[in-house]
Design a protein around this ligand. Structure first.
Ligand code: OGA
Ligand code: NI
Length: 350
């Protein structure tokens, strides 16, 4: 029988094992996903201005609008060399192709571990956990030495080199994007960056979705919002990411040399709800394996997060209470296995 190594077990590619089958009301209903709408595509090299001042740069306007309406956008002409991204993708693919004997020790459900391989799951009422059709490899961006030595030597060295270069590039891209987001919010360009401080919480998550025998019955990643501030996703040339817009699922197309950017819960709170952290999911397909790399940028656990003072006035009363990011994380892990409602816990009554 044709099998695939998934969730540290052998899984058939011909028929879907019951442990991956979602209850009917959680299934993706792929025929209802619309291709009539898509998330905005923004050219970062577009320096045209429609006025004389910085805040009306077209790029800022487009990004702000995307953040208000979609919480998601793709960027092209971002300046990160294609070869840096390709090397990252190859290094990730090689890790997911390792035989289980070489990765088994990385499997853990302990979320406090730095480097881990795991599967997302959903708790189902009165039943067993349902596993998602994917494998995730995650770790902090730094120090990369802590990760390399857990992998077989050659693969580890290759991954370490690719990741260090990739993280450096993504780090500058994030700083640039946070600047554009700040200008869009009408605050100082370095405002958001300063809030996250010089010790931001930086995690990477590589996702692997093998071909799936029945994409209608399962998901690659459950419906979620990202709990951090900003996520930069690089996807292989296979689509799978979908985003909620006005109650409908829309597919995110694959564009060569583009990054998918999405806002996390912390930006929604800081912007007092103006910029959105939106529900998304990954679906599977029958034919091609899919790989993606999500780079998460978030506040340090000790940072106090709440709506930015300058964005609050009589017309815009604060919608969230202040909290320490560690409090938010605690609530996030408490809701493991559910369709999480984390930022809602910090909402103020209107
Ligand atoms: C994530 C995520 C999307 C993808 O890792 O949080 O949403 O396309 N990934 O794999
Ligand atoms: Ni996500």
């Amino acid at each position: 029988m044709k099998t695939f190594q998934l969730a540290n077990e052998s899984s058939s590619l011909l028929s879907l094992s019951p442990k991956f089958i979602l209850p009917e009301d959680e299934r993706p209903q792929l025929s209802e996903v619309t291709s009539l709408d898509s998330i905005p595509i923004i050219d970062l090299s577009d320096h045209s201005y429609d006025g004389n001042n910085h805040s009306s740069s077209l790029v800022v306007q487009k990004i702000s609008q995307a953040c208000e309406e979609y919480g998601f956008f793709q960027i092209v002409n971002h300046g990160i060399p294609e070869q840096v991204c390709n090397k990252m993708m190859t290094a990730i693919t090689d890790i997911f192709n390792l035989p289980p004997e070489q990765t088994g020790q990385l499997y853990t459900t302990d979320h406090t571990k730095n480097t881990k391989l795991y599967n997302y799951y959903l708790n189902v009422e009165g039943g067993e956990k349902v596993k998602m059709w994917s494998e995730c490899f995650s770790h902090y961006w730094y120090p990369i030495e802590d990760i390399i030595h857990l992998l077989p030597q050659e693969i580890g060295t290759q991954y370490g080199e690719a990741f260090s270069e990739y993280a450096r590039e993504i780090g500058s891209l994030v700083r640039r994007l946070l600047g554009l987001l700040s200008i869009g919010l009408g605050i100082e360009e370095d405002f958001l960056l300063k809030i996250f401080g010089d010790q931001p919480r930086l995690r990477a998550q590589a996702n692997f979705y093998p071909p799936c025998p029945d994409p209608e019955l399962t998901l690659g990643l459950p419906v979620h919002t990202d709990f951090n501030a900003l996520t930069i996703v690089l996807q292989s040339q296979v689509s799978g990411l979908q985003v909620i817009k006005d109650g409908k699922w829309i597919a995110v197309p694959v564009i060569p040399n583009a990054f998918v950017i999405n806002l996390g819960d912390q930006i929604q709170v800081l912007s007092n709800g103006r910029f959105k952290s939106v529900h998304h999911r990954a679906v599977t397909n029958k034919l091609s394996p899919r790989v993606s790399m999500a780079m998460f940028y978030g506040p340090n656990v000790d940072t106090t997060i709440g709506p930015i003072q300058d964005l609050i006035d009589e017309e815009h009363p604060p919608r969230y209470r202040n909290y320490r990011f560690s409090e938010f994380l605690e609530e996030f892990f408490k809701q493991e296995g559910t369709r999480r409602m984390v930022k809602e816990v910090f909402e103020l009554p209107c």
